[in-house]
Design a protein around this ligand. Structure first.
Ligand SMILES: [Mg+2]
Ligand SMILES: [Zn+2]
Length: 197
């Protein structure tokens, strides 16, 4: 069986965007707002050399909430893949939950099994790609990423700053990550060091 590192997208691979008009911090809503975080291509290369498949698992309710069209969502997705390609790396697969329980778009207003904190996306990826979840990791910048990773049986890393805003909530929710790293590059070194060869 394969082992994998599952990556949340926004705040891990690309920067979160402050949307002034709506007053929210959220995913990029346009292609030009997409910024890959420094060190991410190198981190993905390190993970691959360490023997992991690298798989995006991400809630993307932007279409459901009419922040962007399906076409723009796809264009942002392609731009991400292209930029990683220009940096000589790639992800093995991508799994997105497009649903939201309060969606504006009726077709996407679904209480689904794939939206994190549920482990649906990770489990779907694991069964499609033959992944051993106990040998795998989930890396994310949100409590729901940690919860999804833990319920799927993976080890977990929270991406957060030294003054960890999520730590108190992780304790409250009894969903403490195994590790906290400042960014994906640091997480990749940690995973490599914790991988038996
Ligand atoms: Mg995130
Ligand atoms: Zn879903």
């Amino acid at each position: 069986m394969e082992k994998a590192v599952f990556l949340d997208r926004d705040g891990v691979i690309n920067e979160l965007i402050y949307h002034r008009e709506q007053g929210i911090i959220d995913s990029p809503f346009t292609v030009s707002q997409l910024r890959i975080i420094d060190g991410v291509p190198e981190a993905i290369r390190i993970l691959r050399v360490a023997g992991y498949k690298v798989i995006i698992v991400s809630n993307q309710p932007g279409v459901a909430k009419k922040h962007m069209s399906q076409q723009i969502f796809e264009a942002i997705r392609r731009q991400l893949i292209d930029e990683l390609g220009r940096a000589n790396t790639f992800v093995d697969d991508e799994f997105y939950c497009l649903h939201h329980p309060q969606a504006v778009v009726p077709d996407l207003k679904v209480v689904c099994d794939c939206r994190k904190p549920k482990p649906g996306l990770i489990k779907e990826a694991a069964s499609e790609l033959g992944i051993d979840l106990e040998a795998s990791w989930m890396v994310g910048d949100g409590l729901t990423d940690i919860q999804a990773g833990k319920s799927a049986g993976c080890r977990t890393i929270l991406i957060g700053k030294e003054k960890c805003e999520q730590c108190h909530r992780m304790e409250q929710e009894n969903a403490k990550s195994d590790f906290i790293c400042e960014n994906l590059l640091q997480a990749a070194f940690l995973i490599k060091d914790n991988t038996a060869l």
